[in-house]
Design a protein around this ligand. Structure first.
Ligand SMILES: C[S@@+](CC[C@H](N)C(=O)[O-])C[C@H]1O[C@@H](n2cnc3c(N)ncnc32)[C@H](O)[C@@H]1O
Length: 283
């Protein structure tokens, strides 16, 4: 067995031990997708010099096959998340054969590779705002035999062209769930996102589409993703229409008109998860 295969198998075993990986399908994906091919270099921040240093992953294969997040752009603009967080998210999405998935936040393409291994290329679409990363991910995934649909775009509007999706997984954090994501879900489809209502809160919320609304629960365990960025729009838009399901409604007049469609803001009614939340379409 080649060294990386042994390391990938050991990583799968470790994630099983940590109870972050359970199902045979995802165990097989972790053992099969070569993370080092998708993360050939990573960056570390050197506090002494205040600069980022570049490290070829081939120098430290055990690191790339450990349950470790690695920065893949200097400045921390993109990373590959902890494999255990990814597998926990993938398993909680309860994916089945022939289901279509949209990922927001392609990054290295590792998660897209796991999805493509599990579902087949034709069922996987992944979007990232960093055009260069998308091209690198496309090339590296092709080299190892995967060709999901990769799109360089702001994922805040999802990706209408491949919709509807059975599942949407968001690997950057948001302050609010864009209504476009819910619209692009099939009935009873699931969306999993890190809804970061404050900088210290790391709340994965799993929402199920039910007609013209989406409801779900927060996962009680901590998760943290980098914030979603936008080219031209501030990431905490003050002009978004807001409505709290059971509380008073608040409407902000668009200032300027929302360029990216209507959003919903989710506000938990209870201070601690799990708690029920719902997203509704624009009035
Ligand atoms: C934690 S990384 C994703 C890791 C990735 N899933 C992987 O397997 O390597 C978060 C990604 O979200 C992307 N991102 C940030 N804002 C975005 C946006 N508005 N639309 C799409 N992607 C965005 C970043 O460029 C970054 O690559």
């Amino acid at each position: 067995m080649s060294p990386w295969r042994e390391l990938a198998a050991a990583l799968a075993d470790e994630l099983v031990r940590l109870d972050k990986l359970r199902s045979p399908e995802w165990i097989a994906a972790v053992r099969t997708v070569p993370r080092h091919e998708l993360v050939p270099v990573h960056y570390r921040y050197d506090e002494a010099t205040g600069s980022w240093t570049r490290h070829p992953t081939s120098d430290d294969l055990p690191l790339v096959y450990s349950n470790t997040a690695l920065f893949v752009l200097p400045g921390g603009r993109s990373s590959t998340s902890m494999p255990g967080l990814m597998t926990r998210m993938l398993e909680s999405l309860d994916l089945h054969d022939d289901q279509d998935v949209l990922e927001i936040g392609t990054g290295t393409g590792y998660n897209a590779g796991l999805l493509a291994h599990r579902l087949g290329d034709q069922h996987v679409t992944s979007v990232d705002i960093e055009t260069d990363l998308v091209e690198l991910a496309r090339r590296r995934l092709a080299r190892i035999g995967y060709a999901p649909t990769l799109v360089a775009a702001d994922g805040v509007t999802g990706h209408e062209a491949s919709a509807p999706y059975h599942r949407i997984i968001v690997t950057c954090s948001v302050h609010a769930v864009p209504w476009a994501w819910i619209e692009q879900l099939r009935p009873a489809g699931l969306l999993l996102a890190d809804l970061k209502l404050s900088p210290l809160a790391g709340n994965l919320v799993l929402l199920r589409r039910d007609g013209d609304r989406a409801e779900g629960r927060f996962d009680p365990t901590y998760a943290s993703f980098m914030p979603m960025r936008h080219a031209a729009v501030p990431d905490t838009p003050a002009h978004l229409t807001t409505r709290i399901r059971t509380g008073p409604r608040t409407h902000h007049r668009p200032r300027p008109p929302p360029p990216l469609g209507a959003w919903r803001r989710l506000v938990p009614r209870a201070p601690r998860p799990p708690c029920r939340n719902a997203v509704h379409p624009p009035p």
